[in-house]
Each structure stands twice: as structure tokens, then as C-alpha cells.
Design a protein around this ligand. Structure first.
Ligand code: ADP
Ligand code: MG
Length: 255
């Protein structure tokens, strides 16, 4: 069943008399339960696509719909259905780990006891039970990102979105977090879209990788056979194919 449908999506930003095309003609479909990585150069329109999915931006043309509905027009329908893990943790510094993890549930007006139970469940899943009373500044970057993951899962979203979620972490921490995140996604069978500029990360996480050109449009849609990342030769071959496709797209001129 199609969960996310992107049809002839186009986004042009206008700043005074200048216009800038961030998304040219983007088409893809994501089925329920799929884990898809979206990879493309910096500035190719990935976050803009995510913002349209979140209902924060309106498409200039075309449509991007979840369950047949467009987030910008149906903002209320999407309450509690989507969660995002951003690159920076976006935690509230004056709240404890537990209070941060319950934040989304609070906005959804879930009763206090239930939201504490749910948040604790997910904090345990990400290994932070002992830190529930700590404040963000007392945690490492990786731990803060784990709080963000717990917060995202706590609301029980149908779709989980990640925008460069592990992009600023050191490689060892990022790798561990990716593995743990993947496990949670598989356990919950959530539809998820993982945006990254890192091709290895895309191959590690996605069952399928969408490669975007600049401005955003689909250059390549590739299924990742299970076990690819355990096979360095196979991973290297796929990676070089993806790099070739991105490079052949040209330097990404600003119109
Ligand atoms: N609100 C905005 N107004 C004007 N230009 C924007 C806006 N948001 C993004 N852009 C431009 O659109 C392009 C794509 O940005 P973005 O989606 O953030 O790329 P990515 O996430 O792939 O790095 C960039 O060149 C960026 O400067
Ligand atoms: Mg971005």
C-alpha cells in the first residue's frame, strides 16, 4: 500500500525579484513499512522535501501526499502521525531527559501517567533509563540524539522522518546509533524516510535508496539487497555507481 506519494513535485523559492528552484520535478512512491534512504548533495533540496512532508512548506507545483493527504492543507490530520529526528537534537535545555522524551506526547495532550510510561519505555529502548533525570548539557552528543530518537518513537508515529540525524556525530558513535536505530525501526515496522548526504550511511540504513540530483529530482532508485553492508566489495560497487550518477548530474548550478 502506498504511504507516501510524490508526484511532479516542484518548489521555487522567491526572494524579492529572484527565484530559486530547490525541487525541479520529483517523483517517487514509498510503500507502508518501507525504510528508504534519500541521498543527494548538500543543497539539493532534501530538507525542503522534508519540510513539505511536515506541512511547513507548500509545493509550488505537484503534490507530496501521505495517505493521500497533503500535509500543508491537512495539518490537523497529521497530528501525531509523523515524527522527526533532526541533525541537531533540538532538546529543550531546561527539561530533563524524561521531560524531553514526553514533550511530543504532552503536545498531543496524552495524560501524564501514560506519557511517562511511554517515554520511559522508549528511553529504556535507547539505553537511557539511568539518565532520565539528567539535563541535556550533562549528556554526550550521541546520548542527546538518543533522547531525540526516544521522543520521536514515544508518540507512536506512523511515519518516522530523519534529516541527517547522525551527521554531526563521530563515525564510531554514528555507527552504533545507526545500528540501534535500525533495530527499532525493524521492530516497529514503521515507514521511514532517512535523509542523508552520506552514501555509506544511506546504504547501511535503507532497504532502498533514492538518489537525488540538484535541484531535487530522482536520478536513481535502487533496492539494497540484504547483507550488502556486510559485503565490502558489493557496498563499494554500489557506492561508486551512486557517485557516478550524482557526478554526471553536473555541478548543480544555481539556475
Ligand atoms: N526558505 C528558503 N528560502 C530560500 N531558499 C531556500 C529556502 N530553504 C532552502 N532554500 C534553498 O534551497 C536549496 C535546497 O536547500 P535544502 O533543501 O536545505 O538542501 P539540503 O537539505 O539538500 O542540503 C538550497 O540552495 C537552499 O539555499
Ligand atoms: Mg538539509
Amino acid at each position: 500500500m502506498t504511504k507516501i506519494e510524490c508526484r511532479n513535485l516542484r518548489k521555487v523559492f522567491r526572494i524579492r525579484d529572484q527565484s530559486f528552484e530547490a525541487i525541479r520535478d520529483l517523483n517517487f512512491e514509498i510503500a507502508s513499512g518501507e525504510l528508504v534512504a534519500v541521498v543527494g548533495k548538500t543543497g539539493c533540496g532534501k530538507s525542503t522535501t522534508l519540510n513539505i512532508l511536515l506541512g511547513l512548506e507548500r509545493p509550488t507545483d505537484g503534490r507530496l501526499a501521505i495517505d493521500g493527504k497533503e500535509p500543508y492543507d491537512d495539518f490537523d490530520f497529521f497530528r501525531g502521525k509523523l515524527s522527526v529526528v533532526f541533525q541537531t537534537d533540538r532538546l529543550l535545555p531546561w527539561r530533563t531527559v524524561l521531560q524531553n522524551a514526553t514533550y511530543g506526547l504532552e503536545i498531543l495532550r496524552v495524560p501524564q501517567q501514560e506519557r511517562t510510561e511511554k517515554a520511559r519505555y522508549w528511553l529504556e529502548k535507547v539505553g537511557l533509563t539511568q539518565f532520565e533525570n539528567a539535563y541535556p548539557h550533562e549528556l554526550s552528543g550521541g546520548m542527546r540524539q538518543r533522547v531525540g530518537i526516544a521522543r520521536a518513537f514515544s508518540i507512536g508515529p506512523e511515519v518516522l522522518l530523519c534529516d541527517e540525524a547522525f551527521g554531526h556525530l563521530d563515525e564510531v558513535t554514528a555507527r552504533q546509533l545507526r545500528a540501534d536505530f535500525l533495530k527499532l525501526i525493524r521492530e516497529t515496522k514503521k515507514t521511514s524516510l532517512f535523509i542523508t548526504h552520506d552514501i555509506d550511511e544511506a546504504l547501511e540504513l535503507g532497504q532502498r535508496v533514492l538518489v537525488l540530483g540538484k535541484p531535487a529530482r530522482l536520478l536513481m532508485d535502487v533496492q539494497i539487497p540484504p547483507g550488502t553492508t556486510e559485503n565490502p566489495a558489493k557496498q563499494a560497487e554500489l557506492k561508486s555507481r551512486i557517485i557516478q550518477v550524482i557526478e554526471s548530474d553536473g555541478p548543480g548550478k544555481k539556475e
